[in-house]
Design a protein around this ligand. Structure first.
Ligand code: ZN
Length: 410
């Protein structure tokens, strides 16, 4: 690794540190084979050498993705992103359900709510069912259609959207949007203009948790920035937001920022006191992060080599970005015969770095697969699905890989 330095993209400080570098695919999700063939012709490369920097002054984490690369990535995603709809399928809804649960106190006595990047409207539908007036903004046409079909009012656009007009909201929230934006300060100050007295909530991958647990799943080309506690508090201070509540859910941070704080919030100074210890642990961990990530990939390679040389029939469960990224980084993974996903729309599709079709879970019944490796943050949901399908008994060895690599059944 080069350990090159650069200037902080948030505060311009030169005190930055390059703590992670790896090869990443420009698109980490399965594609229709024709689309993939087209991309192969139009793109000079499927991958990018991604570097992440940490700023010791403000705590900002940002990647080296260039404006041009970002444009290409944005185009591919806006055309081909195929995340499963929790609203239509009931699958992959556990984190959204948890968000509704833990933020419930902040939606009490609230009448007007806006969600930025509402996707299929799953969370808004729940809030609407509780009697709240909801509006969503969603750039994805298909997702916006699903939400409208469920009776949710949606503006099909990126934020900020002119169609909002002069409407004001008690709560403006977003889930897994802020880590994709060019300018975090503008993103939040744009939301402040939509609420005079209210609350802004955002959910984002917890940088601190990923660093402290030696996990790299939050790092990929679509996440041009990542937010740890130190930086979140700096950002809120710069925006003159007086009260905050940081809710920690392992790999997710839910930040509730209040313009008129009640007793549910603490001041920024109090919050800073609470996170000081964790932030210095994170800074101490950065120097060994790259090495520890590489060690984990070596463990995965070793495990795959062992099963391949045993003549085992191996399947991977996970047609999402965990698998997509690892296929570009772990050569041994490209030898796996089956990739499985719960979403039937992905059947027959392929990742950029694999010529293996995506299969439905049914393939586990009749192909004599005896080793299954789960690459997903929804491993718990998948494991219960396996026992519903009675497959946990026929597969000899099942591994989960997130947050740690471990054997589930033997
Ligand atoms: Zn900085």
């Amino acid at each position: 690794m080069s350990f090159e330095t650069t200037v902080c993209k948030y505060c311009n400080s030169p005190r930055t540190f390059n703590f992670l570098e790896d090869v990443y695919p420009l698109f980490a999700f399965p594609l229709d084979k024709k689309v993939k063939a087209g991309l192969k012709k139009s793109l000079a490369s499927f991958v990018t050498n991604l570097k992440y920097f940490y700023c010791y002054d403000c705590g900002f984490v940002f990647s080296n993705i260039s404006g041009d690369e970002n444009k290409i990535i944005g185009q591919i995603y806006s055309q081909h992103y195929n995340y499963i709809s929790p609203l239509l399928t009931g699958i992959a809804s556990s984190e959204a359900d948890d968000f509704v649960e833990i933020t419930r106190p902040y939606f009490k006595n609230v009448s007007q709510v806006l969600e930025i990047g509402c996707f299929d409207g799953y969370v808004l539908k729940k809030l609407k069912d509780e009697g709240i007036n909801v509006l969503g903004i969603e750039p994805g046409g298909n997702a916006a259609c699903i939400a409208r079909g469920a009776g949710i009012d949606v503006i099909n656009s990126f934020f900020p959207a002119g169609e909002i007009g002069t409407r004001k909201f008690d709560v403006v929230f977003s889930r897994h949007v802020i880590e994709h934006v060019d300018n975090v300060y503008d993103f939040l100050s744009g939301q402040l203009k939509l609420t005079d007295t209210g609350t802004i909530i955002f959910e984002t991958p917890s940088l601190d948790w990923f660093i402290l647990n030696d996990l790299s799943e939050a790092f990929h080309p679509q996440h041009q920035i990542l937010l740890g506690h130190k930086f979140i508090l700096r950002l809120l201070r710069d925006l003159s937001i007086p009260g905050v509540s940081l809710l920690e859910r392992e790999h997710r941070t839910v930040c509730v920022a209040a313009l008129r704080p009640s007793e549910m919030f603490c001041t920024l100074d109090q919050a800073m006191g609470n996170i000081l210890n964790t932030s210095s642990q994170v800074e101490r961990k950065l120097a060994s992060f790259q090495r520890n990530i590489k060690e984990k990939k070596d463990i995965l390679t070793g495990l795959l080599s062992k099963h391949i040389s045993n003549g085992d029939s191996i399947a991977v469960w996970g047609g999402g970005s965990f698998t997509g990224n690892l296929l570009a980084q772990v050569e041994e993974l490209r030898k796996v015969e089956y990739i499985i996903d719960s979403d039937p729309r992905k059947c027959g599709m392929e990742f950029l770095h694999s010529d293996v079709d995506i299969f439905s879970p049914d393939v586990l019944k009749d192909k004599g697969i005896n080793v299954l490796i789960i690459f997903s943050q929804f491993a718990d949901e998948i494991v219960s699905r396996l026992s519903e399908l009675n497959l946990n008994k026929t597969i000899k060895t099942i591994y989960r890989t997130f947050p740690v690599i471990e054997v589930i059944t033997n």
